[in-house]
Design a protein around this ligand. Sequence first.
Ligand code: SAM
Length: 221
Amino acid sequence: MRSERVPEANTAGPSTALMRKAYARWAPVYDVIYDKLTEPAARAAVEAAVEHGPRILEAGVGTGLSLGYYPKGSFVCGVDLSEDMLKRARAKVLRRGLAHVHGLQVMDVCRLGYADNCFDAVVAQFLITLVPDPEAALSEFLRVVRPGGGIILANHFGQTNGPVARVEEIVAPLCTKIGWSSDFKSTRIEAWARRNSVEFIGVAPTFPGGFFKILRMRKAG
Ligand SMILES: C[S@@+](CC[C@H](N)C(=O)[O-])C[C@H]1O[C@@H](n2cnc3c(N)ncnc32)[C@H](O)[C@@H]1O
């Protein structure tokens, strides 16, 4: 899956610089904190993605925690803004012999350097709420996914109502510190899907206690 643009040229801007700086600090400790916590969601996202076919883009692949969950015979590309995170992903690929991973590149998910319709699915785990323009990222995912392909998100999304929504309001300041905003509801993505004639398959709760969700969409085709 050859990229067509020069990734570094697509990643300028103040929020990009801040994100890189933040993840340069996170990179050395990221796996220790997140590996076990996000594993069930990552496995569920990978399983949902490969149902669409073997050619997968991991958007915001980070340190590559989920790369080992893809089956042999898949063809996985990964992109991320942070070279510090990607370095760790590349080391993992080498250390574990993950031959299904075919490229880990610095790239902004809002300006993907891939051709239209070239992946069976795009997976974005714990990414979408960090992007300043999530709809621009979703539109890029839609562009690079083939007709009938999948867009799979794993994330914490805030509840729109009910007792869990009240609890989220209370813990919001703490969650914001670690990048899990409950302000971002899955209904925002559902609205984007409606506007773009994308089938919204649904949102499924996962570990821990439904706090993380797997959101699935399919491109018309
Ligand atoms: C919370 S980490 C998740 C990493 C990985 N998906 C995981 O589940 O372990 C978020 C990642 O998204 C990346 N990121 C944030 N904004 C991005 C953007 N606009 N384009 C590409 N990557 C981005 C960060 O550099 C970071 O590696």
